[in-house]
Design a protein around this ligand. Structure first.
Ligand code: FAD
Ligand code: SF4
Length: 507
């Protein structure tokens, strides 16, 4: 029997399960990596995402060759043609692939007519397997993240003193919501100059005949494990000590604040979740760091990341079609071209996504998806856009984050209430409103901020549904107190906005 291994583009770790299963026969096992141009024609991607993935794959292929593996690297119109040719040429009788993270790719693998046996090796890029998560979830009435996170702390003995959490509390989130007041001394991010491999990919993307989005240059992301480790070291040394307090803050021109910038590398397999978590935990004990910051960060990776992945494989296959509020408004054009909106918070965030393929969590949640939610945009169009726009986007992480957390389109499987907010939240947590043509305090006038009328219109349209969410009752009482004339004006503003297009609304 001749075994061959196909390494997928987001499985770039020498210890990944399919490679690991053959590690004792390294010199006899052929490996293939494939760039499919057809795959990227099915769906547009940010240019920097394409450069990141293809350059990281090419670097990884080199790394494997240097470690003694025999590696074929193919660029083709589709996956099947080079795969079949390689299987036949190498006389392969068993093709091993590590189980893909994304459901559609697993379905695709099963649909290919291969000339040999296909073996999917269980994925080892996450701390919890799909079965682990299912067992945990099946024992519970509700599957909220906080309980999953606590279980993870105990299971992996992270930030624990015996059975108790270090510091006597599981969660220090309340300390991590400081508004950005005054001048903040944000740390510099670690970026890299493109090497010759990356430059070649940049040229390929520039001249490619497929639909793309965003700027390809300057391209500053790391493309190897060693660069990803530099980003991790820098984060642990310079950012983690003060990661917490301004985690929810947004400031014009500050693309990254204290955020880790680790998701592109974690999601490709260049970094592993446990090494990231252990590095943070070790820094806490060795350097006596602020517990709110360290716990806050560990909760993101051990809690949210693992939870989103587990939930993605737990929910029904029709989850991507969820649309609890029956929202059908089309995605406004300005999502593709930031210059087409003069809502400053959206303009700043979308411009940043165009130039970097990155926005931090609160920009994604409280600016982009908050707007999409309250303006009633189609969840499926919004999810497609997120998938296109972000450097770290993959099906497994988009579905639950966008459909579930951002848009509440799943009716509350993972969130206890929708993340809906008016300009008052954005003004508190950012400086965007200071330079906006809209009036952050106005709901109905000529310059009323769209976040205001859409927010109240959203509550009004979905009053019945929202009433069943206990945490919404306080705000719904405020809606009840609103004078009828004002509510009518709000409804009209929301209707006009969609009718006329953003920026043309004269009130
Ligand atoms: P930090 O804020 O520094 O957090 C540290 C790490 O925690 C991240 O690198 C990430 O690995 C993990 N993490 C934190 N929250 C989440 C979460 N909700 N889901 C998964 N991992 C999490 N994350 C992606 O990796 N890819 C996406 O395409 C993506 N799309 C999102 C869309 C929406 C609408 C929302 C609300 C969130 C999305 N997230 C996504 C989650 C989160 O916003 C990003 O992981 C984070 O902003 C990445 O930047 P960072 O590495 O600087 O993260
Ligand atoms: Fe955004 Fe409204 Fe503030 Fe302008 S006023 S930045 S549109 S929230």
């Amino acid at each position: 029997m001749t075994i061959g291994v196909w390494v997928l583009g987001d499985q770039l770790w020498t210890e990944q399960a399919a490679l690991h299963s053959c590690a004792d026969r390294q010199s006899q096992i052929p490996i293939i990596l494939i760039e499919s141009l057809g795959y990227v024609q099915e769906h547009p991607y940010h240019r920097q995402k394409l450069v990141l993935v293809w350059s990281a794959m090419r670097h990884f292929a080199e790394e494997l060759r240097q470690a003694g593996w025999t590696v074929a690297y193919e660029t083709a119109e589709d996956f099947e043609t080079p795969l079949r040719q390689w299987i036949n040429a190498q006389g392969i009788t068993e093709l091993r692939v590590m189980q893909p993270n994304d459901r559609p790719f697993t379905a695709f693998l099963h649909s290919i007519d291969l000339p040999c046996k296909l073996t999917l090796i269980p994925n080892n890029h996450f701390l919890w397997t799909g079965d682990d998560f299912r067992q945990w979830a099946n024992r519970r009435k509700n599957v909220l993240m906080e309980y999953f996170y606590r279980e993870g702390r105990q299971r992996f003995q992270l930030l624990m003193e015996g059975k108790h959490p270090v510091g006597g509390q599981w969660n220090f989130d309340k300390n991590n919501r400081k508004p950005p007041k005054g001048r903040l001394n944000t740390p510099k991010a670690v970026w890299f100059e493109p090497d010759t491999i990356t430059q070649a990919v940049i040229q390929q993307v520039k001249s490619g005949h497929f639909s793309t989005y965003g700027q390809v240059e300057p391209f500053r992301w790391g493309v190897t494990r060693s660069q990803a480790l530099q980003v991790l070291d820098h984060f642990i040394r310079d950012r983690l000590p003060t990661f917490g307090p301004y985690q929810d803050a947004m400031v014009t021109g500050e693309e990254t604040m204290w955020h880790a910038l680790l998701s592109p590398y974690l999601n490709l397999g260049l970094l592993q979740p446990m090494e990231v978590i252990r590095a943070a935990e070790a820094a806490y004990f060795d350097r006596n760091l602020d517990l709110s910051s360290v716990e806050g960060f560990i909760r993101q990776v051990l809690g949210w990341r693992e939870y989103m992945h587990g939930l993605y494989h737990y929910v029904d296959a029709d989850y991507p079609q969820c649309n609890r509020f029956n929202h059908t408004q089309p995605l406004p054009e300005f999502f593709w071209d930031a210059d087409k909106t003069d809502m400053n918070c959206l303009h700043q965030t979308l411009k940043q996504v165009e130039t970097t393929a990155y926005a931090h969590h609160i920009q994604r949640l409280m600016i982009l998806s908050n707007f999409a939610l309250i303006a009633g945009l189609s969840p499926q169009q919004v999810e497609q856009w997120f998938h296109t726009a972000f450097i770290d986007a993959y099906d497994w992480v988009m579905q639950t984050n966008v459909i579930g957390m951002g848009l509440f389109a799943d009716g509350g499987i993972l969130a206890s209430k929708p993340y809906a907010a008016s300009a008052s939240y954005i003004n508190k947590m950012s400086d965007y409103c200071q330079n906006c043509r809209y009036n952050k305090s106005d709901r109905t006038g000529d310059n009323a901020c769209p976040f205001n009328f859409f927010y109240w219109d959203f509550l009004d349209r979905h009053r019945n549904t929202l009433q069943s969410q206990g945490r919404m009752s306080f705000i719904l009482k405020n809606l009840d107190k609103m004078p009828d004339a004002e509510l009518q004006a709000i409804r009209q503003k929301a209707r006009n906005w969609h009718g006329k297009g953003e920026g043309k609304d004269e009130g």
